[in-house]
Design a protein around this ligand. Structure first.
Ligand code: ATP
Ligand code: MG
Length: 586
């Protein structure tokens, strides 16, 4: 432990607050140094397999697996599948894939809560025998009324005084399907006067007719989350059960279940030490311009608002992956947002800047044109060709160079030309010389227009002495623009994304459905005219199209020789006004 304490001492104040020194780290560190639970640290990430994981889950995953790694412990992956109605094997598959892709390893620690249904049922029977649980026939409405409000004691259920034998018999009938859904439930007998509403005889088992994706129709009764979760934690030997803030008020109930398990001898041992899990809570991540609840994400999928859970506009891990976000950037983002108890909306631009950081270091540069304008080099022979070496990644010398073909007709970006340029426009204009990236200096001499006066082509001359990019006389040009040789250009389908919603918080106005704020322009499909090497991209490959942004070859829709490019992120924060037009390279 000394090592950890020492390295924590070495971090600066700000860093310590954000990373290892955060309150959960301190809490675990305190337990470990006291030798609690035999000094072990076991955490878990417990998603319910009722949807795909999203970026909020990534935060929890990084904390759960991160804390285990920090203290040399282990982190389990558990399917919290106690509610049959919306769970599915495909969700289990996607959850495993996403956690692995994020870079985490649960080793042997993969569990299903549903594997504990027998044990949970036996424990519930034990509580009944001990007079700590009873079958209650109040309807849900009545139950709520009896439970009351936090500031006044609740009213005990008329069924509260049933005897253990009576309760056991009724519970058995519930199990066998004698009663209809909602007609009765099993409640823990705790304290109807507690100021904590969750302590007022909470429901711990309910009847559900729906078959479970793993246990089929074996069960007609299912344990409630508050009852099942601490039980699963304890049976797996979890020491630190980390979750989001909304569970803070449930913590006394969590501890109550653990206490009852201790009385029944159900806590597991680690060496000589009995492992007693403890719950701690941190603020959930919310990101602007998106929604994060699985229910709402499912709605977007079911209503066809997006192409699926892994639509690149979705905040799901699979969507971000398909969009081209590197796992490393997501981990980096989770580290940057830190761990605290303060609820706040994190800006999407922070996530994007983490993505740019990684891709700037790793993505190969390529040239492509999204909005083409023809350039004709009048002093370049009609059938001649040339080739220039272009740097693959200025951040990584080992990435080398590649040849890019050049010919008399090129495509440039329409925005890079203006017939009457305003001051500070340093790119191409009549009479002006610019650098064609990696190739040469080029001067515009005239334009061609159609009958409506639209510019259809730009004419000019190149300076053969500037072959490679610079003139021997050292004269300076202010603008550098990218280009693609027209006869070599490969048309590639490109998808340009905007935010999924038009407002920062689509859920803020409760009088309107959140779908009303969907951005109708969140996806624009176009064709990029690219240098030939782009055709060879394999699904998942990531590149930077110079000055246009980072792109990833789509993993579902790309075909050999015909990648479909998803724009992962623009090169600059495109939400800031200054970056609305491609920047001129000075
Ligand atoms: P949702 O509201 O999206 O349905 P959930 O909490 O119901 O989320 P679970 O599958 O139960 O989804 O979540 C698994 C774990 O992930 C829980 O421990 C939960 O606290 C955590 N988690 C869920 N959403 C977030 C979030 N936005 N930020 C941080 N952690 C989250
Ligand atoms: Mg949940």
């Amino acid at each position: 432990m000394e090592d950890i304490a020492k390295s924590a001492g070495n971090t600066t104040g700000a860093e310590a607050a954000e990373t290892r020194g955060h309150f959960i780290w301190q809490f675990i560190e305190g337990d470990v140094s006291r030798g609690l639970n035999g000094g072990a640290v076991v955490t878990r990430f417990p998603p319910e397999p009722n949807g795909y994981l999203h970026i909020g889950h990534a935060k929890a995953i990084c904390i759960d697996f991160g804390m285990a790694a920090e203290f040399g412990g282990e982190c389990h992956l558990r399917m919290d599948d106690t509610n049959p109605s919306k769970e599915d094997e495909d969700y289990v598959r996607s959850i495993k894939e996403d956690v692995r892709w994020l870079g985490f390893d649960w080793g042997d620690g993969f569990f299903y809560a549903s594997d504990l249904f027998d044990e949970l049922h036996a424990f519930a029977c034990e509580l009944i025998k001990r007079g700590q649980a009873y079958v209650c026939d109040l309807s849900q409405e009545e139950w709520k009324k009896y439970r009351g409000i936090p500031t006044e004691p609740g009213t005990p259920s008329p069924y509260r005084s049933r005897t253990p034998d009576e309760n056991l018999a009724l519970f058995e009938q519930m199990r066998l399907g004698a009663f209809a859904e909602g007609s009765c439930c099993l409640r823990a007998k705790i304290d109807m006067a507690s100021p904590n509403i969750h302590f007022r005889d909470p429901v711990i088992y309910r009847i559900m007719e729906e078959p479970h994706y793993r246990t089929g129709s074996k069960w007609r009764i299912y344990p409630m989350y508050d009852f099942a979760h601490p039980f699963e934690d304890a049976r797996e030997g979890v020491t630190h059960s980390l979750c989001t803030l909304e569970f803070e008020v449930h913590r006394p109930l969590y501890d109550w279940v653990i206490d009852r398990m201790a009385e029944c001898g159900l806590l597991v041992k680690r060496g000589d030490a009995i492992v007693r899990p403890q719950q701690r809570e941190f603020a959930r991540l919310s990101l602007d311009y998106t929604v994060m609840s699985k229910r709402k994400l499912l709605q977007l999928v079911q209503e066809g608002r997006v192409s699926g859970w892994d639509d690149p506009r979705m905040p799901t891990i699979s969507g971000l992956r398909r969009r081209g976000y590197p796992a490393e950037s997501i981990r980096d983002f989770c580290e940057k947002i830190g761990v605290s108890k303060y609820k706040s909306a994190t800006e999407l631009s922070l996530l994007e800047s983490c993505v740019r950081d990684t891709l700037n270091r790793t993505a190969l540069r390529r040239m492509g044109v999204l909005n083409p304008l023809k350039v004709i080099i009048d002093n370049f022979p009609e059938d001649a060709e040339d080739s220039f070496d272009a740097v693959n990644n200025p951040e990584d010398e080992a990435a080398g160079t590649r040849p890019v073909p050049f010919s008399r007709e090129l495509w440039i970006e329409r925005d890079d030309f203006m017939e009457t340029p305003p001051p500070k426009f340093f790119r191409l204009a009549p009479g002006r010389e610019v650098r064609l990236r990696y190739a040469c200096l080029f001067t515009c001499t005239s334009v061609e227009k159609d009958a409506d006066g639209n510019i259809t082509a730009v004419h000019g001359t190149w300076d053969p002495a500037s072959r490679g990019g610079n003139a021997p006389d050292g004269r300076k040009v202010k603008g550098t623009i990218h280009w693609v040789s027209a006869k070599h250009a490969v048309p590639v389908k490109a998808r340009l994304y905007d935010r999924l919603f038009t407002v920062p918080d689509p859920e803020a106005d409760e009088t309107k459905p959140f779908t009303e704020f969907l951005n109708p322009d969140s996806l624009r499909e176009t064709t990029a005219l690219c240098e030939p090497s782009v055709a060879a991209l394999a699904p998942g490959d990531r590149i930077q199209l110079e000055r246009l942004g980072y792109f990833a070859a789509d993993t579902s829709d790309s075909a050999p020789g015909a990648p479909v490019l998803n724009r992962t992120v623009t090169l600059k924060d495109s939400w800031s006004k200054a970056a609305q037009t491609p920047p001129s390279t000075k």
